[in-house]
Design a protein around this ligand. Structure first.
Ligand SMILES: [Zn+2]
Ligand SMILES: [Zn+2]
Length: 151
């Protein structure tokens, strides 16, 4: 199992242990089966990332969503502290004037071995390693979202 998964599982230890075990099995099953057939990162148009999986499934992510789902240790911990799910934006503080934020876009996307992508974002954050099974797990299509809410 990759280091990332161990970390992801450890970071979920605040959840019931049963869930962590289920999660580990789920990840293992997924890792064995599904890889992307093609990955398109639409930086010029800014429309996000499109993945076609080798089982025919298709996934689309908006860049901002993907930025807010960054799986690195810092972002995961930050989300856990504020009880946010991957992809959920931080609520802007009411006491501060809204600051202009450039829309999230990748500056560079690099493959990491055969199992992941490293995305360097235009806000300078570059430590997120997005593994295929993580991306598949957080797939935002109607079908997958329905599966997540019913399980
Ligand atoms: Zn991060
Ligand atoms: Zn899906």
């Amino acid at each position: 199992m990759e280091l990332y998964h161990l970390f992801a599982i450890m970071s979920r230890q605040i959840w019931p242990l049963g869930f962590a075990v289920y999660k580990a099995l789920y990840i293992l099953v997924h890792m064995a089966v599904i890889n992307p057939k093609s990955v398109k990162v639409n930086v010029t148009t800014g429309t996000g990332m499109d993945i076609e999986w080798d089982d025919g499934h298709r996934t689309h992510f908006a860049f901002q969503w993907l930025r807010d789902a960054c799986p690195c240790a810092t972002c995961t911990e930050e989300r856990n502290t504020h009880h946010r799910n991957p992809g959920e934006s931080a609520k802007p503080s009411a006491s501060l004037l809204p600051m202009y934020k450039e829309p999230a876009k990748p500056k560079e996307v690099k493959p990491v071995g055969k199992y992941a992508l490293n995305i360097a974002w235009n806000d300078g954050h570059a430590s997120g390693i997005y593994s295929w099974d993580y991306l598949r797990e957080i797939c935002q299509c109607d079908e997958c979202r329905a599966r997540i809410t019913t399980s």
